[in-house]
Design a binder for this molecule. Structure first.
Ligand code: MSP
Length: 520
């Protein structure tokens, strides 16, 4: 068993609506990290799932005229279906309506209550159902007589008996925690935002509701259900075996290494969650990374604008692997980004079709035709051969690893593309097609160096474009046992004389239909 472990989670998705690009983005990013870490020798746990309680989901079910449980069963399944569709490698899929989770949420509540951080009171406050969050009067703006939260969500006044979490008591301890764990919140700019929010003072948090019953019952008081966020956040521990803190899984995987979230839900993860956990005497996760939001062709994605991109659209238009690649390459992770069809086509064609695809296809075709369908023998490696090999067999992995440890997907992919450009430059400079007559030995050496470079490229592309990378490795006859990252090394270089299969294109070019000429 690997002694290095890695536990990574996506947010759990509300089942009030169907999945879209934003949801796929977060999970693909986590999937790439999970796959990377597995190949890099870690024992990985990768969790995703659905957040099924709360007023928002309850109201969506009412609107659909279906009972809430069947409604959540249906929508949750749409999220589960993304695993084969987007090629996710999650190890578990959690639903907050499962008994294992209800048990865990109640156990956490009890621990916090025992610590003296939960009390009963009456409450009046502004609640945004869309965000499932309370806002202070001072945070709201009034538009047409309506109270609007900073997120743009409409708030309504709620007044009821409620349990409270003593968040105000955790201000200093949270600040101290951020201070002693400088990498807890990334990117840095988001960390600064959270710190100034906490420094601004924390109000106690209402953590139960009585106005509806679609939630986890509060232990010892059935009139109340838990606030959906305290319930939802617990999912990360449920899946690690909580409340059995002695279980092998909990010991191995808690605290989680990374909660990946969108910037809109950072406060819940970086303020409330560590406060709940510290109160319960449980170690907080090691990192929360907040990524940015996608707009579509410059506009906010919304049903009313009719521009919501469904995961099926991505797969049909671009293919799974290119779609995964595009999302992570196009925008520096952490920033907002704009999704445009044109940008997707350009990026996919330039990096994948003309980049890796073309390099691999033309190199392997030359080998197939000129070297008896076998990886060629090489002789006398020259300076330029060694430079390319060193980049492929050693330097690239080191820089990708470093970038991914900070969730810099775009930089990681940039490093990979640098190898592709270096290899393209090498082919042009060496011109193996000329060497065929002039110096066949040198041609074989050049083609060997290219084949070895392609092997390393295919290995490192596995987390991002798993199917296409597997096809490349199959063509090179690399066995399944020789595909983890310990094989990206000189010691495991291609064996000359290995039969390769007839090369077939792995990254097709996206050819756009000519726009129809308008006829009068
Ligand atoms: N249920 C809560 C999370 C609970 S985690 C304990 C929730 N769910 S959500 O379905 O509304 O959103 C899930 C994730 O999708 C969030 O991280 C959010 O940032 C992300 N996105 C939703 N729309 C998005 C874009 N347009 N672009 C990128 N990500 C976006 O919040």
């Amino acid at each position: 068993m690997a002694d290095k472990t890695y536990y990574i989670t996506t947010p759990i998705y509300y089942v009030n609506d169907k999945p879209h690009l934003g949801h796929v983005y977060t999970t693909v990013a986590c999937d790439v990290l999970a796959r990377f870490k597995r190949l890099d020798g870690f024992d990985v746990k990768f969790l995703t799932g659905t957040d099924e309680h709360g007023l928002k989901v309850h109201q969506a079910a009412e609107k659909a005229g279906v009972d809430t449980q069947s409604f959540t069963d249906g929508v949750s399944q749409n999220f589960r279906d993304l695993t084969p569709m987007m090629n996710y490698s999650n190890d578990d899929f959690i639903r907050t309506t499962e008994p294992r989770h209800i048990k865990a949420a109640q156990a956490l509540w009890q621990k916090i209550e025992e610590a003296g951080d939960i009390y009963l009171d009456n409450y009046g406050g502004w609640y945004a159902v869309r965000d499932e969050a309370f806002y202070g009067e001072d945070e709201l703006t009034e538009v047409d007589g309506k109270k609007i939260a900073p997120s743009g969500a409409e708030c309504e006044w709620m007044e009821e008996e409620s349990y409270f979490f003593r968040l105000s008591a955790w201000q200093d301890k949270l600040l101290e925690f951020y201070d002693t764990h400088p990498d807890f919140i990334l990117p840095e700019s988001r960390r600064n935002e959270v710190i100034s929010f906490v420094k601004g003072g924390l109000r106690d948090l209402s953590v139960s509701r009585t106005a509806f019953d679609w939630g986890v019952p509060v232990p010892g008081n059935d009139k109340h259900v838990m606030y959906v966020w305290i319930d939802a956040l617990t999912n990360y521990m449920t899946a690690a075996g909580f409340p059995d803190t002695e279980s092998a899984d909990f010991k191995k995987f808690w605290p989680a290494d990374l909660h990946m979230v969108g910037k809109d839900i950072l406060r819940f993860h970086a303020v409330y969650w560590p406060a709940f956990l510290m109160s319960a005497g449980i170690e907080p996760p090691k990192r929360v990374f907040a990524h940015g939001w996608w707009t579509i062709e410059g506009q906010k994605m919304s049903k009313s604008l009719g521009n919501v991109i469904a995961p099926q659209d991505l797969v049909e238009r671009y293919g799974v692997d290119p779609a995964r690649y595009f999302m992570l390459r196009e925008v520096p992770f952490g920033n907002d980004g704009n999704f445009s069809h044109e940008a997707a086509v350009n990026r996919i064609n330039s990096d994948l079709a003309n980049g890796i695809g073309n390099l691999s296809q033309r190199s392997l075709s030359m080998i197939y035709k000129n070297c008896e369908e076998k990886t060629p023998k090489f002789s006398d490696l020259q300076e330029e051969d060694n430079v390319l090999l060193e980049l492929a067999q050693s330097k690239m992995l080191a820089s990708v690893r470093l970038a991914l440890d900070e969730q810099k997907f775009h930089s990681a992919l940039e490093s990979i593309m640098k190898l592709v450009s270096a290899a393209d430059g090498y082919v042009d400079a060496q011109a193996p097609w000329k060497l065929k007559k002039e110096d066949p030995d040198r041609m074989r050496t050049v083609l060997y160096v290219l084949a070895e470079t392609i092997r390393c490229l295919a290995l490192i592309m596995q987390p991002v474009t798993p199917e296409s990378a597997a096809k490349m490795l199959d063509q090179l006859a690399i066995s399944k046992e020789e595909r983890d990252f310990s094989f990206i090394s000189k010691d495991h270089a291609l064996k000359p004389g290995t039969a390769i299969s007839k090369p077939e294109g792995v990254f097709p070019r996206i050819v756009e239909e000519e726009p129809q000429q308008a006829t009068a």
